[in-house]
Design a protein around this ligand. Sequence first.
Ligand SMILES: NC(=O)c1ccc[n+]([C@@H]2O[C@H](COP(=O)([O-])OP(=O)(O)OC[C@H]3O[C@@H](n4cnc5c(N)ncnc54)[C@H](O)[C@@H]3O)[C@@H](O)[C@H]2O)c1
Length: 254
Amino acid sequence: MDRLKDQVLIVTGGAHGIGRAYCEGLAAEGARIVVADIDGNGADAVAAALGEAGHDALAVAADVSQPESTENMARAAMERFGRIDGLVNNAAIYQRPAVTRGPFEEIPLDEWDRLMAVNLRGVFLSCRAVVPHMKEQGSGKIVNISSGTVFNGSAQMLHYVTSKAGVIGLTRALARELGDYNINVNAVAPGLTVSMDEHDEEKEIRFQTRMQARSLKRLETPQDLVGAVLFLCSSDSDFMTGQTMVVDGGAQMH
Ligand SMILES: NC(=O)c1ccc[n+]([C@@H]2O[C@H](COP(=O)([O-])OP(=O)(O)OC[C@H]3O[C@@H](n4cnc5c(N)ncnc54)[C@H](O)[C@@H]3O)[C@@H](O)[C@H]2O)c1
């Protein structure tokens, strides 16, 4: 299948979890993938596995909260592939490292700041590094990963939910700024997804509770999210921008 044939797509946070599934799913449609992650070894491993499967992939160690790092990410993509067709802003503080859950008054200030720097500033910085190349090409697709927690108003992780709400605002406003350059900016809001190997009892309860709140009563897997991201990276979504696709088995009807 070649729906993304030869397109160059950067996936931030591509070394683990759902980001890895995006890398694999987009590569399977013919895309050349830049796996960018703060875990450089993890990114190397994913790029190597993609290479072994016959795909073209590049690993870049990148901390999306740092401007030099996102500039380097874009430069490395340009040096290797000569163009950037898409950017999937997936990197976030969520599980690796784990976000602190609890009453909002107890969120450590430094965790609030670090989380905003990665989850929100990281999206801004990655866009800032990549957009000049897209403008020059006259096209581009940006897909920002938000979260269903925004629509649910999920309690006990105020900083995370706030950062992901910011991602939706950024998506809408940036879509307006970049429309004249034929650059689409959209968001995907996943529901609670099984993206870690290890599970403890508390997580299991959360998964079961969320499952019961869905129209489609089953666990959500990383694979469930690939189709929406693929669609937003492909020409099938050429006339869609500033939108948020909620992929959560019908928990939120947004
Ligand atoms: N898993 C879920 O239930 C769920 C639900 C809704 C939204 N999301 C969102 O989907 C995305 C992926 O979720 P996941 O469960 O795979 O998360 P995860 O925590 O397992 O993976 C995040 C990835 O981002 C990388 N990363 C962390 N900080 C980084 C930084 N500063 N620079 C570059 N890379 C960095 C990590 O190394 C990791 O590879 C996140 O944006 C998350 O907020 C997840």
